[in-house]
Design a protein around this ligand. Structure first.
Ligand code: IMP
Ligand code: MG
Length: 177
């Protein structure tokens, strides 16, 4: 992709490492959910590439649904104010639910989301996050599956944006600010 603005910095996770890790996570999730019937919830828009690749690696029956929440706007820091912009299409009561996130930063968005989903009484509720920035965490969260822990940098690519751009990169890179 052309990078006229010079915004694409150091590559933190290469495309082949993403592919390998997604395959591993798919195998692990398939083992853990064997004999069950999964609902994957993608958090728009950042998780779109990850969930599409992850579901192709699953060997258990799965459905896909999406939620959109507002967290940051286009700035790079969490406000802690979360609003549901798009809710799920279907009920999750009694279902095995896996929330698929692009990145857990402060954890505030996910904390709110889990509280909301828990109230709908799923049979189980787990999280799969491609990336986490442990240094930035402000609330303690149970994240069952993690792709990569990354340092405290703002990152773009493989679904992650800056001002809605760069989601289509095949790798994860630091943003040059
Ligand atoms: P949190 O509420 O601080 O955990 O942030 C959650 C959301 O902020 C993520 O799901 C992303 O959409 C966005 N976000 C956090 N860090 C980054 C980043 O480094 N690059 C792009 N988006 C990010
Ligand atoms: Mg997100």
């Amino acid at each position: 992709m052309s990078d006229a603005d010079g915004a694409i910095g150091e590559v933190l996770v290469a495309a082949e490492d993403l592919e390998r890790r997604v395959r591993e996570l798919g195998a692990e999730i398939s083992r853990d959910y064997a004999g069950r019937d999964l609902v994957m919830i993608g958090v728009l828009k950042g998780a779109v590439l990850f969930i599409a690749d992850l579901m192709r690696e699953l060997e258990v029956p799965c459905e896909i649904d999406f939620m959109a929440v507002s967290s940051y706007g286009s700035a790079t820091d969490s406000s802690g104010v979360v609003r549901i912009l798009k809710d799920l299409d279907a009920a999750i009561e009694g279902r095995d639910v896996l929330v698929v996130e692009d990145i857990v930063d402060s954890g505030l968005t996910l904390h709110y989301l889990l509280k909301t989903l828990h109230a709908r009484e799923p049979r189980s509720l787990e999280v799969c996050a491609l990336l986490t920035k442990p240094e930035r965490r402000r609330v303690d969260l149970p994240i069952r599956y993690v792709g990569f822990e990354i340092p405290n940098r703002f990152v773009i690519g493989y679904g992650l944006d800056h001002g809605q751009r760069y989601r289509n990169l095949r790798y994860v890179a630091a943003l040059n600010e």
